[in-house]
Design a protein around this ligand. Structure first.
Ligand code: HCA
Ligand code: CU
Length: 375
């Protein structure tokens, strides 16, 4: 089934601030917002103005800047928070309220009927002031689906722009996400947002399942930063959709993803994770002989993503014991060295013998190749 709509709500400056190592200065927030704007992010969600005086000042500052994205802030579902948010110059307000039996008593203690009444009042207030509004249930996947349907139907009737489902604890499976989003899709007319935590490594898969079931908006952060081990990484979401339905991501500057991830990693003082889709240092390195032979002949043999689409280059790692003669010949040709078959086989054997002790760096390998050329 094809996905009919996809919008990014980047929450690096809200969910991302909940990452253990994040503490953004106003200048850094401006830089991150400007880079995401250039990338083409549809919405940016910033920390609640209720969180701290500086959070409010930063939100107001970003609201004064020219932008293509829509600026959102994220507040608890009550009138006081909503009124302060409306006043900051944002384009829309994301509200959330816990609905699971685990979170309800420790969060607000309201019954489902009280949640509905508060939700309607808050949505009506925000809409009445001409802003977009999204209403989300926290911990949706440990909430009673009947309660959720009752809440969402009432909020939809109140004129909300989007309802949100949040896998707050990262417990949902793709199948559960598909089922619950389908249920909500069948009960509301408004757009649907999905927010996926990655505690069990399913955030991106869950986001895709949500889109396939009719969700229209996905929350991402640069590098996936967020509470605990974070949420859907922007780069991985782009990679996922590029292989599934490329038209959905055509309008974004995918070539900027390495720059975005690199910028945030530098701000945070961390490395880009070696597991990151697209932007990991080794994301387009090929190593074992079987792989390198095929990739030299046809890159699509072992690449589903074209590195050039992301402003990256493939590389063939050759100076190690898993190396094969095709990779070594490829490297030799790059150096302008011609090797006959016998020499190539002997050189490959030597690389493997040396590589058994330790991998060779490029200079060592190149010296070896040149040595054989003159042999
Ligand atoms: C949290 C809140 C939230 C909100 C998601 C949303 C979550 O920090 O617990 O507003 O949709 O994961 O539930 O990030
Ligand atoms: Cu979250």
């Amino acid at each position: 089934m094809s996905i009919t709509a996809f919008h990014i709500i980047d929450s690096t400056l809200r969910e991302g601030e909940q990452f253990a190592h994040a503490h953004f200065t106003p200048q850094q927030k401006l830089e991150i917002a400007a880079a995401l704007d250039e990338f083409g992010a549809d919405y940016l969600e910033l920390t609640s103005p209720v969180a701290s005086p500086q959070s409010e000042a930063d939100l107001r500052l970003i609201a004064t800047r020219p932008r293509r994205f829509r600026l959102l802030t994220h507040v608890r579902c009550n009138l006081d928070d909503a009124r302060l948010a409306i006043d900051t110059g944002v384009d829309g307000v994301d509200v959330l309220i816990a609905t699971s039996s685990q979170l309800r008593p420790v969060s607000h203690g309201l019954s489902v009927d009280e949640i509905i009444a508060t939700g309607i009042a808050v949505v009506t207030e925000i809409r009445g002031r001409g802003l977009q509004v999204r209403f989300s249930t926290e911990d949706s996947f440990r909430s009673d689906p009947d309660d959720l349907v009752r809440v969402y139907r009432a909020i939809d009737r109140a004129g909300v722009d989007r309802v949100g489902l949040a896998d707050t604890v990262g417990v949902a499976t793709p199948r559960q996400v598909h089922e619950l989003v389908s249920l909500v899709r069948a009960n509301v007319a408004c757009d649907i947002e999905f927010h996926a935590h990655d505690d069990t490594g399913c955030a991106v898969a869950n986001a895709l399942a949500a889109l396939e079931a009719g969700a229209t908006h996905i929350d991402t952060t640069i590098l996936g930063i967020g509470e605990r081990n974070g949420i859907v990484p922007l780069s991985a979401m782009m990679a996922r959709l590029l292989t599934v339905q490329p038209d959905l991501v055509e309008r974004y500057r995918l070539d900027m993803l390495p720059e975005l991830d690199g910028m945030l990693a530098a701000i945070l003082g961390v490395d880009i994770p070696f597991t990151a889709a697209v932007t990991a240092p080794n994301a387009f390195h090929h190593k074992a002989g079987m792989h390198t032979k095929a990739v030299i002949a046809d890159p699509s043999a072992y690449e589903v993503l074209d590195p050039a689409r992301f402003g990256r280059q493939r590389s063939i790692l050759t100076g190690h014991r898993l190396s094969g003669r095709h990779a070594i010949r490829h490297r030799a040709t790059t150096l302008g060295v011609e090797l006959d078959d016998t020499h190539l086989r002997s050189l490959t054997a030597e690389v493997k013998r040396l590589g058994d002790r330790a991998p060779l760096d490029n200079d060592q390998l190149d010296a070896l190749i040149r040595g054989w050329a003159t042999a």
